[in-house]
Design a protein around this ligand. Sequence first.
Ligand SMILES: *[C@@H]1O[C@H](CO)[C@@H](O)[C@H](O)[C@H]1NC(C)=O
Ligand SMILES: *[C@@H]1O[C@H](CO)[C@@H](O)[C@H](O)[C@H]1NC(C)=O
Ligand SMILES: *[C@@H]1O[C@H](CO)[C@@H](O)[C@H](O)[C@H]1NC(C)=O
Ligand SMILES: *[C@@H]1O[C@H](CO)[C@@H](O)[C@H](O)[C@H]1NC(C)=O
Ligand SMILES: *[C@@H]1O[C@H](CO)[C@@H](O)[C@H](O)[C@H]1NC(C)=O
Ligand SMILES: *[C@@H]1O[C@H](CO)[C@@H](O)[C@H](O)[C@H]1NC(C)=O
Ligand SMILES: *[C@@H]1O[C@H](CO)[C@@H](O)[C@H](O)[C@H]1NC(C)=O
Length: 606
Amino acid sequence: MCGIFCLLTLTPSQFERDKTVHEHLKRRGPNLSQDLTVRGSCYQCLFSAHVLHMRGLLTPQPVEDNAGNVLEWNGEIFGGLPVKPEENDTTVVSQRLSTCSSPSEILSVLSSIRGPWGFVYYQKAGDYLWFGRDFFGRRSLLWRFDTELNALTLTSVAARGSGSDQAVWQEVPAAGVYRIDLNATAESGSVMFEVYPWADGGTDEVSSCCETILESVPSGCAAVMNQSGLVLPTPVRPLNTTIPTSLNETEDHQNSCVKDLEQLLASKDKNDEVNRLIEVLSEAVRRRVQALPFREQDVSLPDEQASVALLFSGGIDSMILAALADRHIPAYQPIDLLNVAFKLQEPKKQKESANKHKKHNNKPKTDAADSRTSSPFDVPDRITGKAGLKELQDLNPERKWNFVEINVTQEELQKMREERICHLVYPLDTVLDDSIGCAVWFAARGAGFIMEDGDQRAFTSSAKVILTGIGADEQLAGYSRHRVRFKTSGFEGLIQELAMELGRISSRNLGRDDRVIGDHGKEARFPYLDEDVVSYLNSLPVWDKADLSLPRGVGEKLLLRLAAKQLGLGQSAVLPKRAMQFGSRIAKMEDKREKASDKCTRLLTG
Ligand SMILES: *[C@@H]1O[C@H](CO)[C@@H](O)[C@H](O)[C@H]1NC(C)=O
Ligand SMILES: *[C@@H]1O[C@H](CO)[C@@H](O)[C@H](O)[C@H]1NC(C)=O
Ligand SMILES: *[C@@H]1O[C@H](CO)[C@@H](O)[C@H](O)[C@H]1NC(C)=O
Ligand SMILES: *[C@@H]1O[C@H](CO)[C@@H](O)[C@H](O)[C@H]1NC(C)=O
Ligand SMILES: *[C@@H]1O[C@H](CO)[C@@H](O)[C@H](O)[C@H]1NC(C)=O
Ligand SMILES: *[C@@H]1O[C@H](CO)[C@@H](O)[C@H](O)[C@H]1NC(C)=O
Ligand SMILES: *[C@@H]1O[C@H](CO)[C@@H](O)[C@H](O)[C@H]1NC(C)=O
């Protein structure tokens, strides 16, 4: 993970870059910061890069090649381009791009890469500035145009309330790659982006991508679609939109449970798909947890420190990732399971239970939270997390699983939101962005307690790689709105919903999560969004992935539940989806009558 920044100014006058933004970038790349300026006749480009040292030797950025091309690379190559053991991916991308002259050559290099990226590239021949994000938008990139100063800024992370008021930051849509003709821009005095969209040929696709981009182009700039029809071939197969010809393919079950999963698993048909899913997902996890082949073994970390952590709720998505990580990380290395809980509000809770007692005719207290031994941090995700830990310990008793209990009080939440998190979530701004952004920030920080020989001990995770389960619900129909959609508009509606959700995952989640996790000098990795995993899931008809005629906890993400059983997991395989904001109880802490989509006033500072 790196912090990249580029400031293009069209007036010769120099001005200070935003200091707060600079500070935020340095937190993403704490190990090395470097600037480089390219001066044209009537423009100036300041490149500033901040590198997080993962393994092996540190590769400084920005990289300038012999021809004077400049690359800022915030990405990981997990496949697609050959990277030799002694090479580093930044250099490989730079060398590849150096050999390109035409746009189609550049696009072909970029679209061949498997893995997350955001980049800025100055192409000396022709005076072009290229930038963009990978197909899913797994790395953040923001833009802003300041009309007063005639300056365009690109950056991994910004700051709320920075710069002049009329120029707002926006996420660069992960809809394609952009090119600016710097000479033409300098001549005309206005910035024009040429857009090369991600597409596999459909014209509908290109026009819908065009709309997305036009909505987000900073005011003062313009975008044109390249008339030659040049596109970036999408790195994944298109979604299978087949609708079942008869309802026989899905049977109606009532009261299904673990047993039914076992029966389904016994049917050979599904077994093939389950095994194939485990195979591709396992490979996706392997690529993300093992010392990458082109990097030297990390000798700086002692064996008692984990190099990989997971955002861990004990739900099925994170359990599967943990079970697969266990396959690929040497047994002597611990794995950190980051479990976040927000303190339950005491007075509120008493009132609730008092009401309950009235209603239930003073029946004995049954609510676990009422028992004397319970803690205000025993939120739903803490309870399922502990149960999940038990399952993992049974699965591999040799492994040291560090279950990190991250307890957050309201005071600390308010303090850190104001100091840091509001800047990272920005420019997103809803109640949901606030809840998830805060929960993920505290979880990723990894500072909490672990139990050791019956004692609690303060613990901070040292792992720089953080696996997250995002993408499973979007692809395997895990959300309750999928059930609603299926009920009202059948398979057709469900398929439309799934396609739409994967399409917007960059703007809804990924940019934000990358900024939030990157703030700790750690790198988010998303195995469910590995290109091969998505391609495989996209190839399957929807009824193989979910059966929404089955009850909650079984029908949604059915294929993944079957995979969990196959991997030897137990009760966690049949837990219904619980969104992080409810599982961690952050939504309850705020205790406001607000909707998830409302603008969040708590994120406003100053
Ligand atoms: C990189 O920066 C982090 C955070 O400051 C530090 O803990 C780590 O030791 C640094 N690594 C190297 C190789 O300098
Ligand atoms: C990165 O790779 C290039 C090309 O393989 C090599 O010349 C360079 O020394 C490498 N840099 C580091 C810091 O390993
Ligand atoms: C851009 O402008 C500079 C200065 O006028 C010139 O030297 C350079 O050749 C131009 N580049 C292109 C591609 O026209
Ligand atoms: C489209 O790209 C081609 C190069 O592939 C370039 O020659 C042409 O000028 C571009 N068209 C527009 C409208 O920018
Ligand atoms: C559906 O199942 C019923 C009874 O099991 C069977 O009679 C019918 O032929 C099946 N329909 C199709 C299209 O397979
Ligand atoms: C954190 O929360 C757990 C409950 O899940 C509790 O057992 C533990 O004592 C708490 N630790 C601290 C230091 O608050
Ligand atoms: C979609 O799924 C159906 C049913 O399994 C299969 O016959 C078809 O080949 C799949 N289509 C694609 C494009 O993968």
